[in-house]
Write a protein that binds this ligand. Sequence first.
Ligand code: SF4
Ligand code: SF4
Length: 145
Amino acid sequence: MSEILDQINSCTECEVCIEVCPTYMVTGQFLFSPMHRLKTAKKLFEGEEVDEQMIESLYNCAECMRCEAVCPEETEITKIVGRSRSKLFERGLGPLDKHNKVIEGIHACMHKKHHSAKNGWLLIHIICMSCCNLITFLKGLNLIS
Ligand code: SF4
Ligand code: SF4
């Protein structure tokens, strides 16, 4: 854990990463920037309270690593976001209700007596297609490469 906190504390708040983050570019909100995610991660790993918006921001990170590519401190932001999501789960703050609904939907499909495997894989396929479409959309806007 100290390794993660060392990484977080290495941030000098130079703000270079903000300009390349697709979630910040789309929303224009500091809440959805790499720097804010680091601040939230710090709170999480130090046992402090985090609010719903902070949790949402950690889950909205696309883990595209664009922030890491420009960070002069080589802060491993995507790794910190990933570890933060695990920490949210440990503290009973994640996954979000909408994630649970998707998981429940997949389980329900997989356990149906008829067409179970077919329906489950169809749902997974739809989810994957949605992600691919989002990536294509962001690429089209030159928000990711
Ligand atoms: S990994 Fe991508 S989406 Fe996540 S904070 Fe970094 S630039 Fe933003
Ligand atoms: S680029 Fe690195 S050091 Fe600068 S604000 Fe972002 S995470 Fe912090």
